[in-house]
Design a binder for this molecule. Structure first.
Ligand code: SF4
Length: 365
């Protein structure tokens, strides 16, 4: 597996008016017809998202796409780890393409498999725990090689909807859980399971013993990697209290990538799918204040004009999700229609086999 950078797609695309780009994407979609499946993550901008045949969060998209074996090209409008997961679950004849190769997830990039392996080794030495005593969990927002590490060590992937259940499973299996890369999802899942704060410790990258005392590590049940989502980090408890004062009747719902103080202060928390479901089920006229990426919040506001919908915090735009523009999508489709495959994301078979174990473990929980 190699990470490539996006090449310049050229002025013939970047100079086009958006209306023309959208019309040409539609024409290419019709031309490629049954050979093509476009997947769109909730955080994609509307001008791309509207062309998606499948819409959802990362795992839902990969699983649904994997069930459709007769489409040759899976164009994943999302970020790199999602395209990797789709390739891991895809059939051999299917090719996964990412319209913009610079669309990575900064949180996933905070945990390389080499850094995880080094920390794992240190943790086993300090605690004297070995093998199956430490169970690794990786959030789906991680590279294929990190998922493969987890598969090799008997752990599981989790998502923002099932982190609590996966953590409970892992705590039943071993003495300690090593959770990466999102410290906040791990802390929120630990909080939901009532694990005492002193048994949840943070592993700070680059510091000996992750910046902990030996005793604290020995008493820990959950060790959290210090990764985070910079988009959800823009949401603070003060935003919640400010909305409480402005609109006391509103329901405040936040994503569990937010810090624990925010999740505690909100009325509800949920994954992207959970947030959509909650708003969809709200009564006409109900007021929702949502703490997650702005494209999803804006889309909900458009889809439910009978409800009042606001973003909890201004400026929650994920810049790497936003890197995928309609011009990139058109460029990929033009190339496919002309017989060229560009921006294919491939996971080598050995890594894919181990990573698949960790994904299958999650599905079995
Ligand atoms: S919103 Fe956060 S977790 Fe999602 S892709 Fe962007 S940086 Fe990564």
């Amino acid at each position: 597996m190699s990470v490539m950078r996006q090449i310049d797609i050229g002025r013939q695309y970047l100079g086009l008016a958006e209306d023309e780009i959208l019309a040409r994407i539609q024409a290419r979609k019709e031309e490629l017809a049954d050979r093509l499946l476009i997947l769109g993550h909730h955080y994609q901008r509307d001008s791309v998202y509207r062309f998606a045949d499948l819409k959802g969060d990362s795992l839902k998209l990969s699983r649904e796409a994997a069930a459709i074996k007769d489409r040759e090209f899976l164009v994943f409008c999302g970020v790199h780890f999602m395209a990797e997961a789709a390739d891991i679950l895809a059939a051999d004849n299917q090719k996964v393409l990412l319209p913009h190769l610079d669309a990575g997830c900064p949180m996933a990039d905070m945990a390389s498999s080499a850094a995880i392996a080094a920390a794992w080794k240190e943790l086993t030495v300090v605690t004297g725990l070995a093998g199956r005593d430490i169970i690794p969990i990786t959030y789906v927002n991680s590279s294929a090689s990190v998922k493969a590490f987890v598969g090799e060590h008997g752990g599981s992937v989790c998502t923002s909807s099932n982190a609590k259940e996966v953590l409970a499973w892992a705590l039943d299996q071993g003495r300690m859980v090593f959770f990466f890369p999102d410290q906040h999802l791990g802390r929120n899942a630990s909080w939901m399971l009532d694990i005492p704060d002193e048994q949840v410790v943070l592993w700070r990258r680059g510091e000996p013993m992750g910046g902990n005392r030996e005793n604290d590590l020995n008493n820990a049940r959950v060790v959290l990697w210090d990764g985070y989502c910079e988009v959800h980090m823009r949401i603070f408890p003060e935003h919640v209290s400010s909305w409480r004062a402005t609109a006391p009747e509103a329901t405040i719902i936040v994503h569990p990538e937010c810090r624990n103080e925010v999740v505690r202060a909100a009325d509800l928390y949920g994954s992207t799918e959970g947030i959509i479901k909650a708003v969809a089920g709200g009564a006409p006229g109900s007021h929702w204040v949502i703490g997650t990426e702005i494209n999803l919040v804006q889309r909900l506001a458009d889809e439910y004009p009978d409800k009042i919908i606001h973003s909890l915090t201004p400026g929650c735009l994920c810049p790497t999700m936003d890197a995928v523009g309609p011009a990139n999508l058109l460029w990929v489709l033009d190339n496919l229609a002309e017989g060229r495959i560009v921006n294919q994301v491939r996971v080598d078979p050995e890594t894919a086999a181990q990573a698949r174990k960790s994904l299958n473990q999650m599905l079995a929980i």
